[in-house]
Design a protein around this ligand. Sequence first.
Ligand SMILES: [Fe+2]
Length: 313
Amino acid sequence: MSIIHTETALEIHPVTPVIGAEVAGIDLGRPLSPDTVAALKAALHKWKVLFFRDQPISDEQQLAFGRAFGPLTPAHPIAEGLARHPEIWERKAAEYKERYRGDLTMPSARPPRDYKGWHIDITFMANPNKYSILRGVEIPAYGGDTLWSNLALAYAGLSPQIRQLIDGLQAVHRIAGYDGTGAKPRLDGRKAGPFVALHPLVRVHPDTGEKVLFVNPGTTSHIVGLKERESQALLELLFDEVSRPEYTVRFRWSPHAIAMWDNQATAHAGPIDYAHFDLPRVVRRITVAGDLAVGPDGFRSQPLEGELFDVIG
Ligand SMILES: [Fe+2]
C-alpha cells in the first residue's frame, strides 16, 4: 500500500507495517513548498523514519532541507562539525573501528569501550535534537546498514502494569566514562561538557501525543528512586524492548540516499557491521533542534550538568 499526495506529487511507500517509509516524487535539492514540508512531517511522525534515494545534493542543500523543519543545532555537543559548516557532523566507518578497538591484554585505567549499538541521539542533553538527517556521501557496495526501532510501539507492547510503573519514573542519561576533563576547547567557544540530563522514562510525543519508551541503551545510566539492582534489571528489560526485531526496520544504503528520523520516537543502530568491512563509508548528519521531553505526569527534562543544546546562529 502506498500513499500518494496528489497536491504535492509525494509518494510514501511503507517498508514495514510499523516503521520506515521510502519517499519518492521529490527533489531534495530544490526548495520545498509549505504543503510538501507539512506532508513530509506528517509522514515522518507516522512512519518515524523516512528514506530518500538518489538525492545527489550538496552540503548547502542538505542544510536548506533541514532548516525547512526548524533551526539547526551545532553538529554535536562534544564533537566538532566541519570547519566551513559547523552544523554538519561527518562520520567515517573507520572511526568506529578506531574508537571501539581495545587491546584487552594491556592494563588501562578504563576497560575499552564496547560498541553501544542501539541509541537515541544525544539524550545526555536535556533537549536532544528533534530530527536527524543523515546523508550518504560515500556508500560501499555492501555493508554499513542502519536499523531503527519504533519506541511508541515498544511502549505500547508492554503490559499495562509495567506501563503504569514506568509512566511516573525518571532516568539519568550520561556518557559513561566522560566528564569533559581534557576535552579540547571547541571552535565555537561552547563548553564540551560534562553533560548529564534527567529525563522522564516515558515521553509524550509533542506532535502525535503518543507515549514513547524513552530509554537509551547508549546513555541511560540509572532510574531515579530505585535501588541499583532494581534499576539495572528494569533497564535491561526495557533496553531489550527497544531492539525487538518486530519493532524495527533495516535500511540498506545506496549512493546519494538520505535517512531522516524522528529522534523523539525512535532509537537506531549503525553502521552495525563496521568491524567486518574495510570499505570506505562516509555519511554527513545534521540535526534539527529539539525541546525538553515531557512525561505523562507533566515532568519536564532537566539538565543536571551542562547547558541546553542551543541552535546555531
Ligand atoms: Fe546516532
